[in-house]
Write a protein that binds this ligand. Structure first.
Ligand code: ADP
Ligand code: MG
Length: 830
């Protein structure tokens, strides 16, 4: 037994140790951390830590426990040492402007770098986890910046050159088949041409053009063809046109699927221009909740999810003569399911042509899957790309990206090329845009004009075209893009790529059935695609905001196909309504984990969409009509019973817009917050607040002015209205009467609970929540109206993982509803 004093000392020390332990467990490397999480171990680790903390606080430690802690400490020290060694590489300082001026020689450059290194906060150097901490701080900072409290980061952004980033040049990615000459006919600039003629000339310069005839021959000869070509070679925009020109549209449409809606929209816009027709006529697009096609449409770009839905109405796709599954390498869930379905119909529709196109050379797999379909390679055209890594991991990748962009802009002559920055989502892009504007504002004419072009899924259509506009002379464009610019969209004129190495990805635990959005490291394949974007029009440079050690040791080779890391409930419901019952033997290219399939079946059963035999029920059939997640469609179907379908489809529409509804201008944050809280009267939750926003807007006859006054994004609202209109149409189709019951908030919340009862959690003593079905610690997102209220029971729309696992869109719940609504799912404990 230890004496009282020894115990206290032990507890004190072990507490400090636990802190370290926690860090060590959380992020030996970020990759490691995420992997652990992926393997569902995090929960156990968390529990461990909680338990340990409990022990430290309440129990005297035994010698064995002390030993265990000492052992952990040793491991921790080892990891720390290794991390420090890994960073100990020669350094090089970006940018190479120094060379142009000839002023700074290698030696001096080195000493400058060493100086900078000394300046680094000593604590930061000591702590290998500073990176993660700062990252988390940043995330928290972002959350508070957006959703209240003080904007503490603001001052840091006052100066462009407050800090600079050091890069080490590593390998050079070789160019592909580049012989210095442009392919095809080079457009003759000396002859004045109309815009249309110019477009036609441009088409002929694309790498795919010289292969037009050969390609048409191959399509003619083979039913299924795998096409591979570097991003930007013209696969998406040209091949459907070639097929149209060759007459394939005489007996049916050409459908071309895209994993992303922005790509479908933007590419169809381009093709309609190239063909000199109005968008929506001969060339159109179809994305969820938006159909821009007509009777005339012969080339149809659509999201892969939309083609999947078309199978429901037209199981043999008889109106199509060609289906091109584009961006196959992305391996989205819908694309993977499409593979199985199109392969199947191709068997009994010999007239259907099937093209599978991909940006990566990993095409064998597609060929194998499609019974050894021939592979058609469009030789690429890429200039060499110089790869640079940061000397040390960047604590705040967003800030590092901004600093790097400015560094390039200021030191490189304008007009030598544009910058492409990969960020993870709309919020981040908007923050970056704001900061860039802020930092360049003060510089006036001292620097060349910097044109900032954001691009992300929810960017309004009118703004999408901006990224393709030619950069005016003397200016530089910086494109802030999500993963969409990795292969889906090609922006000409990019010379610099800045790659922080992250992407927002869905992750799913089949054990708990929980899905959350997670900012996660990209794969090596992605990193190389990103780098390649800088070498399209000339030699490029890529700046990776991570170390080469990170690249070689932490990044996975390839991105895991979505089917293996997502909730399958939606897909299972679609397949079931297509009459495909034997899911285990469905022809998957890579089968999903069995646990995910089971979980999906379980959920659909819980939602009463399937019966005990796994057959589709009447409820399930209705649910399948809605292009929504099963829980959301169940909520709508259940609204019939609670006589509030009118209110529920408004809520469903608001939940579906996916982009932020409220905004907070920097100078009017208090007003904005007050306006937002007005919708939260009564504190029953975010769903009801969303309903109030929608119905108040409707009362003003959809006034734009009202939106301004209430700090609400009018665009988001218009989109919600469109979605709502469509949901209203679908209600009719599944014979649910439109009924309004605005006064009965309880009925509305019960309808919500009917869909979302699996997403239920209970308040803990420490203010966090615990999910009920598969206990896990979660928190109310700071943006929620209930973040300060903390009701005992809540139902939530989704989980988002940033620094913590957050529940987003939360409503209060009475536990007895669970027993009433889902007695098969929840029972009373005796
Ligand atoms: P791939 O599918 O092989 O990656 P694309 O057909 O998408 O290639 O692109 C071919 C060319 O068309 C690229 O140079 C690209 O910049 C251009 N392009 C594509 N979409 C647009 C658009 N919306 N506006 C302007 N140019 C575009
Ligand atoms: Mg493409």
């Amino acid at each position: 037994k230890l004496t009282q004093k020894e115990t206290e000392e032990a507890i004190r020390r072990s507490k400090a140790l636990t802190q370290d332990d926690m860090e060590a467990l959380r992020i030996v490397s970020r990759q490691e951390y995420l992997k652990k999480r992926e393997q569902k171990k995090l929960e156990e680790i968390r529990d461990d830590i909680e338990d340990e903390q409990y022990l430290f606080e309440n129990v005297k430690l035994t010698e064995a426990e002390m030993q265990d802690l000492r052992y952990k400490k040793q491991i921790y020290d080892l990891v720390k040492k290794q991390t420090e060694e890994a960073d100990d590489i020669n350094e090089y300082r970006m940018p190479d402007a120094y060379d142009h001026e000839g002023g700074v020689n290698q030696e001096k450059r080195f000493s400058v770098a060493v100086e900078r290194y000394r300046d680094l906060n000593a604590a930061e150097k000591m702590n290998p986890f500073a990176e993660q901490e700062a990252w988390e701080d940043h995330q928290i900072g972002k959350a508070t910046m957006k959703f209240g409290s003080k904007d503490k980061k603001h001052d840091d952004y006052e100066f462009v050159f407050e800090n600079q980033i050091e890069f080490i040049q590593d390998e050079v990615m070789k160019g592909d088949n580049y012989d210095g000459e442009p392919y095809g006919d080079s457009p003759d600039e000396s002859v004045a041409k109309s815009a249309f003629e110019k477009l036609q000339a441009d088409r002929k310069t694309l790498p795919v053009y010289p292969y037009r005839e050969k390609l048409l021959e191959a399509v003619n000869e083979h039913q299924v063809l795998v096409i591979v070509g570097e991003t930007g070679s013209g696969k998406t925009t040209q091949i459907p046109q070639y097929l149209h020109e060759a007459g394939y549209t005489k007996r049916g449409k050409i459908g071309c699927t895209q994993p992303r809606r922005v790509a479908a929209m933007s590419v169809s816009a381009r093709v309609s221009q190239e063909m000199g027709v109005k968008l929506g006529h001969e060339v159109g697009y179809s994305i969820r909740f938006e159909d821009c096609t007509s009777e005339k449409t012969v080339i149809k770009y659509m999201t892969d999810g939309m083609l999947l839905r078309e199978f429901l109405g037209e199981p043999d796709l008889s109106s199509y003569s060609v289906v091109m599954v584009d961006e196959a390498h992305e391996r989205t869930l819908s694309t993977d399911i499409l593979f199985g379905l199109v392969k199947d119909i191709a068997r009994f529709r010999p007239d259907l042509k099937l093209l599978i196109s991909s940006a990566t050379l990993d095409a064998e797999k597609f060929s194998d899957y499609f019974d050894s379909a021939p592979i058609f390679i469009v030789p690429g055209r890429r200039f060499p790309v110089e790869i640079n890594y940061t000397k040390a991991p960047e604590a705040d990748y967003l800030d590092a990206a901004i600093v790097t962009a400015l560094q390039i802009h200021v030191t490189q002559p304008p007009g030598d090329g544009d910058i492409l920055v990969f960020l993870t989502g709309q919020e981040e892009i908007e923050t970056a845009e704001e900061i860039l504007k802020h930092r360049t504002r003060g510089l006036g004419t001292k620097i060349a004009e910097l044109i900032i072009c954001p691009i992300y899924a929810n960017l309004p259509t009118e703004l999408q075209a901006k990224i393709f506009e030619r950069t005016p002379e003397g200016a530089r464009k910086v494109v802030l893009a999500t993963n969409i610019a990795e292969t889906s969209l090609t922006i000409d004129g990019i010379k610099y790529v800045i790659d922080p190495g992250f992407v927002k990805m869905k992750s799913y635990s089949p054990r708990t059935g929980m899905e959350s959005l997670l900012i996660t490291p990209i794969s090596k394949a992605s990193a190389n695609q990103r780098a390649g974007r800088s070498g399209r029009t000339g030699p490029g440079k890529c700046f990776r905001l991570y170390t080469s050690h990170n690249y070689y040791n932490d990044l996975e080779d390839n991105t895991v196909p979505e089917i293996q890391r997502t909730n399958l409930a939606n897909v299972v419901l679609s397949l079931k309504s297509l009459g495909i019952h034997d899911l285990v033997n469905f022809d998957f290219m890579d089968p999903p984990p069995e646990a995910s399939l089971l979980k999906a079946l379980e959920l659909l059963f819980a939602l009463s969409a399937l019966n005990k035999k796994g057959e589709l029920t009447k409820v399930g059939r209705k649910m399948a009509e809605f292009p929504l997640d099963p829980m959301l469609s169940k909520m709508i179907v259940a609204s019939d019973k609670y006589k509030c379908s009118d209110e529920i489809i408004s809520i469903a529409a608001m939940l579906s817009i996916g982009s932020s509804i409220f905004y907070r201008p920097k100078d009017k944050q208090v007003h904005a917050d007050n306006a937002r809280m007005n919708f939260h009267m009564g504190n029953v939750g975010d769903h009801i607040a969303l309903l109030k926003v929608y119905s108040s807007w409707k009362e003003t006859n959809f006034s734009t002015q009202w939106c301004y006054e209430n700090y609400i994004q009018v665009r988001s609202m218009k989109r919600a209205r469109d979605i709502r209109d469509q949901l209203e149409g679908l209600l009719e189709r599944v014979e649910i009467e439109m009924m309004s019951n605005p006064g009965d908030l309880e009925a509305i919340r019960k309808a919500i609970t009917s869909g979302y009862f699996p997403h239920c959690s209970r308040l803990q003593k420490n203010g966090s929540y615990r999910t009920v079905k598969h206990p896990q610690t979660v928190h109310i997102h700071p943006s929620s109206g209930l973040a300060q209220v903390l009701p005992r029971w809540v139902v939530y729309h989704e989980l988002v993982l940033t620094t913590k696992e957050y529940m987003r869109q939360v409503s209060e719940l009475k536990p007895e509803w669970l027993i009433e609504i889902a007695p098969h799912f929840y029972q009373l404990k005796d």
